[in-house]
Ligand binder design. Structure first.
Ligand SMILES: Cc1cc2nc3c(=O)[nH]c(=O)nc-3n(C[C@H](O)[C@H](O)[C@H](O)COP(=O)(O)OP(=O)(O)OC[C@H]3O[C@@H](n4cnc5c(N)ncnc54)[C@H](O)[C@@H]3O)c2cc1C
Length: 409
């Protein structure tokens, strides 16, 4: 590495901003000099869907703890403190909770209703920009190519960098250009996010719980999750494998189902929908996430199957930053410090897919919630909170009794 390493981070979502924070701090500790430029097209301080990072905004206990440990106080961004996950199967429902879990909800950007709300992504970006060696170009990168270092096109200008960290999430068109390096984007599922006025809620529905409804008898939708925010609600629909984009007619069907289930009022109105978007979520790890002077972070690399992607964005940003500072930026050096960690997360994705397949089987067994065994409750709790890795959950439940209960009990 030369004396000053010019680093471009494409995308100032959680993975990008946290990479800037960790890289700057580790470099200082090791007396190395980095010049870090974040490229971001959105303005999280502005209202409107085009500035929003498409996510339900649930902050897990572990992520909250990790942020505290690095001195990031997210208090002002908190929308709600969550008491637990209420799971609905058939006509049964159960509250999954452990005493006083630190689970919170946030708006990734401004959110649809409250002009005074603080954005979670802006909090992380501000924290990164407090460091002297980090700067921001508020523009989308339109192309990048490698020729003795990396050249990025942005706002009609070219910028040269020694290292590019790609933290664009999985929905960015720029990922296609990286296929030249052997990179292959993760597999994805369609999701839909719908922001709703709070008046849709039935007065008896708890406002401090996340409501999880596995959906039956719909072609394209697998799960509906209702997340409380301070002055509105977020409805997150998760699509089936191989299904098409989830349309608004499906959203309405789910809302009617929730109304029949007693969660929403009976006199539902379509104008309760404030806004809606349809992002993809990654369900596998990318292939070849590392090249000379190039590393893929967050959802563009590897995430966590359907849960807690924000925590993985933090963990991968930290591991990549350590690697860059301790080893270097060539393909060999990046692989040396990052690949083992990456493979562990990638294999956890497979455990996650298996566990959600088991959970899918429970859809037809609402009786499982009648007198649930402690092991089943623990498994469901860990599955929904993301407190443990999927591998740990898998090994905690490989007992014949539990499998029998899930599949036949
Ligand atoms: C519907 C849905 C709900 C989710 N809910 C949760 C949840 O409740 N909790 C949780 O932990 N995880 C959740 N996730 C997962 C979580 O959103 C991701 O894991 C996380 O956002 C990944 O962070 P990231 O920084 O890698 O990518 P992103 O958050 O996608 O950020 C990427 C950033 O890069 C920018 N960008 C893209 N292309 C360019 C470019 N060419 N130039 C400049 N900038 C660019 C974008 O504008 C964006 O700001 C959810 C995902 C989905 C799809």
């Amino acid at each position: 590495m030369g004396s000053i390493v010019r680093v471009a981070i494409i995308g100032a979502g959680p993975a990008g901003s946290l990479a800037a924070i960790f890289l700057s701090d580790y470099a200082k500790r090791k007396r190395k000099t980095f010049e870090i430029t974040l490229y971001e097209g959105k303005d999280f301080k502005k209202k409107g869907q085009c500035n929003c990072n498409l996510c339900a905004g649930v902050i897990s206990n572990n992520l909250h703890q990790e942020l505290n440990d690095i001195g990031i106080d997210m208090t002002k961004t908190i929308q709600c403190k969550v008491a637990g996950y209420r799971l609905y199967l058939g006509c049964e429902s159960i509250l999954l909770s452990k005493n006083d879990p630190n689970i919170f909800t946030v708006n990734r950007a401004k959110g649809p209703v409250d002009a005074s709300a603080h954005s979670f992504d802006q909090l992380l970006l501000d924290e990164a920009l407090r460091r002297k060696d980090v700067s921001l170009k508020r523009r989308y990168v339109s192309s990048l190519h490698h020729d003795q270092g990396w050249s990025l096109s942005c706002g009609g200008k070219e910028y040269r960098h020694d290292l590019v960290i790609v933290a664009t999430g999985v929905n960015s068109p720029i990922l296609k250009q990286l296929e030249r390096t052997g990179y292959k984007r993760p597999d994805t599922l369609w999701t839909r996010l719908v922001e709703l006025k709070e008046d849709v809620l039935h007065p008896d529905t708890r406002r401090d719980e996340i409501h999880v409804l596995p959906v039956q008898n719909m072609k394209d939708v697998d799960y509906a999750i209702l997340i409380p925010k301070k002055r509105h609600l977020t409805l997150n629909l998760v699509g089936k494998k191989g299904a098409l984009q989830i349309g608004m007619s499906d959203v309405w069907k789910v809302m009617v189902m929730m109304s029949e289930r007693g969660l929403f009022r009976h006199d539902l109105k379509k104008d309760s929908i404030l806004c809606s978007c349809s992002p993809m979520t990654s369900v596998s790890a990318a292939k070849n996430p590392i090249s000379d002077g190039l590393i893929m972070l967050g959802d563009a690399g590897v995430s966590r199957y359907l849960k807690n992607g924000l925590l993985i964005a933090l963990l991968s940003a930290r591991q990549a930053s350590r690697t860059i500072v301790d080893y270097g930026i060539s393909k060999k050096e990046l692989k040396r410090g990052y690949l083992r960690f990456y493979r562990r997360l990638a294999s956890d994705m497979s455990y996650g897919r298996f566990l959600f397949w088991c959970f899918e089987k429970m859809k037809n067994r609402p009786a499982i919630l009648k007198k649930p065994k402690k092991e089943i409750l623990d498994m469901l709790w860990d599955l929904h909170t993301g407190n443990l890795s999927y591998k740990e959950i898998f090994f905690s439940m490989i007992r014949p009794k539990i499998f029998w209960k899930i599949f036949f009990g």
